[in-house]
Design a protein around this ligand. Sequence first.
Ligand code: NAD
Length: 486
Amino acid sequence: MSKLLKKQMIIDGKPADSLSGETCRSINPANEEAFAEYPRAGKEDAEAAILSSRKAFDAGKWASAPASRRGKVLWKLADLIMQNRQELAELETRDTGKPIRETMSIDIPMAADVFRYFAGAATKIHGETIPVNGNFFHYTVREPVGVLGLIVPWNFPLLIASRKVAPALASGNSVVLKPAEISSLTALRLGELGMEAGLPEGVLNVVSGEGRTAGQAIVDSELVDGISFTGSTGVGQGIMRGGAVNVKKLSLELGGKSPNIVFADADLDLSVKMAAAAIFYNKGEVCTAGSRLFVEESAYDEFAEKLSARANKMVPGDPMDENTRLGPLVSQVQLEKVSEYVSVGREAGATLSAGGEKHDIGNGGKGFFFKPTVFTEVKNSMRIAQEEIFGPVLSVIKFSDVADAVAQANDSLYGLAAGIWTRDVKKAHQVAQKIQAGTVWINTYNMYDAASPYGGNKMSGFGKESGMESIQEFYTNSKTVWVDLN
Ligand code: NAD
């Protein structure tokens, strides 16, 4: 085995191992080999990080620094991300199986873009003067929340971390970032780059370790004022319960089972291509994946045939190869989960029209590669259409008219995102209004921008990420001030 890459946490501005000396290993999903080692933080490491953030916040060096100074440091951090783009992209690819062409062109540059957006936002955070009855000067101010725990999943490790760290720091908070245990490397590197950019010690602590120990310590701590969490609905529910200890402010970005609705009047070839991208991008390991594809009855057969043919042509490959567009699933656990759902779909009577099995890239069967999978003749009530698979498995479902499309699309516990494909502008807007989702894409899918508020409804959570709305909803508190002018 080649030598393991070693990484450390950042606690109080310094590199740190876990107090117990325990470590985790990164497994490359393309060859199943361990390639990096990093600290497995326990409760006491998380508590040291929290204490460091608490002290930094209470000392006020960052929170009361001029907003333009905070903006400058965040801009520098964006520059450093881009200067280290190749290294970060390779770490992300080896950690998660994302194709290098995507980490180089999407994950890393978008993370830098998020820091640039919030660098600019830092000087635009302000309250309002609100007229009230009586002779008073009455205004609001926006203040940082305090110490925030930022807990992120493994599917977009650096990008999701950046979406939380950047607005948190722009607003003057101090943070403890906890990446997912299987994909911590770019977050640990972000901690180092944060120091290089000039963040005061304690403002950005990064703790790698398991959710049930390090993560839970953040949830349980009374020194933490709020948590922004992205991950599964089950863990999110636990965070709501645990956060009650000191009534923490919460923002929860949870699971999804997003409907992608294609009307017969849509550009069918384009929507076939985009429907495939909506589910197979990042191997379906996307919270907003268009995993329930609703197609109008009159176009269903043609659409299903074209889509299945397209899926059959998409072949997973080595993610480090620049030509690869589809990498391996992130882990053995995900591979098993996806395989099990294929059996569930078959047993329920859905037709397996593409994929459905592990793929060998000529690596002696090594790697968690899975063929893009399409089930047709799916009923929305089937488990494969109701439960989040978080893999490259698409359910194609028929609908008869607008009312039927909306009713079936909304028949889900989740409410994260939705897609609508039609040439009829009125119909597009009518359906967009009726869909229960935090984001609706019309004749496009999976678009994201640092300026665009993003978040879910129903069991997909609450709160907004990105845009100025995230600063207002979560990363700052509003204080009301009354001044008697009599
Ligand atoms: P997960 O819920 O298992 O873990 C997410 C994070 O929570 C990890 O860092 C984990 O260590 C931590 N964690 C686990 N148990 C914890 C506990 N008891 N206390 C505190 N922290 C704990 O999710 P995952 O498997 O990493 O990611 C996949 C899930 O994330 C999917 O459900 C997906 O839909 C969701 N997701 C949602 C969005 C969104 O924006 N809505 C984006 C990406 C992923």
